[in-house]
Structure formats: C-alpha cells, structure tokens
Design a protein around this ligand. Structure first.
Ligand SMILES: NC(=O)c1ccc[n+]([C@@H]2O[C@H](COP(=O)([O-])OP(=O)(O)OC[C@H]3O[C@@H](n4cnc5c(N)ncnc54)[C@H](O)[C@@H]3O)[C@@H](O)[C@H]2O)c1
Length: 250
C-alpha cells in the first residue's frame, strides 16, 4: 500500500473542496484545510470520521497566511506532499454580459482564481520539493473549452489556470512534482445550491450537451482527485482532466 500524503486543500471547508477532503481522508491521506471560513469546523468533522486533519483560516491571496498554512502542515504531519488549488470565486458571481462586468469585478475574479493558485503553489513549493513525490492539482473548469457566455471573467480565469498548470508542469518535473488540472462540469456544490446558481444558469449550462444526462454532484469528482495525487499518477503531468459526464472531449 502506498504511503499516505499530507495534502493542502484550499477552499476545503465546503462544496467540492470538502468532498475532496473526505475522499482523500478515506484513502488514508492527512488533510490541511485552508479556507476563509469554517476550516477548523470542517477539519473537526473529518477527525470525527477518523481522518487526520487540521484547518486554518486563510485567504489564498495572502502570502503570509498561506505560508502559515504550509508551516502548520509541516509541523503537524512532518511535511507537505500535495496542494489542491480548489478555492475559487464562482458560485457568488452575478451572471452578466461581458460589457456589464466592471474592471473591479474582473480583477477580483482574476485575483482569487489565478493569483491565488500562484501564491499557494509558491508557498508550498519548498515543502513539495522535499517530498520528492509532490502533487499540485488545480481545479479549473470546462467553461474555457465551451466559451460559456455571461461569465467572461470566470472563463478567462479558468483558461489562465489551465495555462499555468502546463507551465508549472514543465518547471517542476525535475523536482518530481506533477501539476495537473481537473475541469469539472457544472456541479451542484454547496455554494451553487446556496446561491441557486442552478436556476440562474438554466439547463443550457447545467446538463445540455452531456453524454450522461444528469446533474453532476461533488462525489462525481473525487475519483479523479484520488488518482491524480496517487503515486500511480507520477508519469502524468501538465494535463487537464475533464470530469463532466462527457460534455467536452479534450
Ligand atoms: N460548482 C461548479 O459548478 C464548478 C464547476 C467547475 C469548476 N468549479 C470550481 O471548483 C471550485 C470549488 O467550487 P464550489 O462550487 O465547491 O464552490 P463553493 O463556493 O461551494 O466553495 C468554495 C470554497 O472556497 C472558499 N473560498 C473562496 N474564496 C477563498 C479565498 N480567497 N481563500 C480561501 N478560501 C476561499 C469558500 O469559503 C468555500 O468554502 C472552484 O474553484 C470553482 O471555480 C466549480
């Protein structure tokens, strides 16, 4: 059986991120949750079901807070082997034509969805190098492949994250760190349900064009994350894996 890894999950207190934490915990990995809210409570829930986990309040765009998250993981579990860049601005976005998106809204989405993963990867890098089987998984989306309307800032941010994935894969392979992305389709996460985005986005964004004609839920994504952090995925890097019921073919 493979040695467990210590894995930082940003935005891991709820939604897709929490589903990742639960699954990775069940596989025996140690979890470090970094989230703006609910991180410690979520980690306590994981510990209640037998997973070794800690949670810290942290903003992915704050270099000092993310450095503290990495330090906490190293102190608690003796190292950090993985980073899942899952935190992102999506479910709270107002859907609107691009000409109505202000420069401020554009920059805020770019900040959280692109600067955040960049800062987190930089913070984790020394620890990932020491691991010698480091894993970075960026949670992108299928929207850049589809060119989804009424969320141009979000679409551009996830396209940039896929590009960053490729660039980091080239730079970090020599350190035995793989960098991949998962592109989920529209998923009924906590945030989606709370903001009723499933009603705002309409069926066109929800299930249209999928081979598998049903709504996607966070549990549909966990197999991919378990694989990408595993030792068995050591020869796969720079890739974007679409997990969307067969909506796009990469
Ligand atoms: N739900 C979907 O349909 C869908 C589809 C494709 C991709 N995604 C991506 O998956 C990821 C998770 O989406 P979700 O639907 O579970 O979202 P969500 O809104 O349900 O959860 C996001 C989590 O991230 C945290 N977070 C937000 N900003 C943060 C910050 N600056 N620092 C730290 N934590 C922060 C939130 O507190 C929350 O716990 C996002 O990157 C999203 O873009 C979602």
């Amino acid at each position: 059986m493979e040695q467990p890894k210590t894995i930082i999950v940003t935005g891991g207190a709820s939604g897709i991120g929490y589903a990742f934490c639960e699954h990775l915990g069940q596989l025996g990995h140690q979890i470090v949750i970094a989230d703006l809210r609910g991180a410690e409570e979520a980690a306590a829930r994981l510990r209640g079901s037998g997973t070794k986990a800690i949670g810290l309040k942290a903003d992915v765009v704050d270099e000092e807070e993310m450095a503290a998250v990495v330090r906490a993981g190293e102190e608690e579990f003796g190292g950090v082997d993985g980073l899942i860049n899952n935190a992102g601005l999506f479910t709270t976005l107002e859907l609107k034509p691009f000409e109505q998106i202000s420069s401020h809204e554009w920059m805020r989405v770019m900040e959280v969805n692109t600067l955040g993963p960049f800062i987190c990867a930089k913070a984790a890098l020394p620890a990932l190098r020491r691991s010698s089987r480091g894993r970075v998984v960026n949670i992108a989306s299928t929207v850049p492949m589809k060119g989804t309307a009424n969320m141009a800032h979000y679409v551009a941010s996830k396209g940039a994250l896929i590009a960053l994935t490729r660039s980091l894969a080239r730079e970090l392979a020599r350190d035995s760190i793989t960098v991949n992305a998962i592109a989920p389709g529209f998923t009924l996460s906590d945030g989606v349900l709370q903001t009723e985005l499933q009603n705002r986005i309409g069926n066109n964004g929800r299930t249209a064009g999928r081979c598998i004609q049903r709504d996607q839920v966070p549990a549909d994504l966990v197999g991919a994350i378990g694989f990408l952090v595993s030792d068995g995925a050591a020869f796969m890097t720079g890739q974007t894996m679409a997990v969307d019921g067969g909506g796009v073919f990469l």
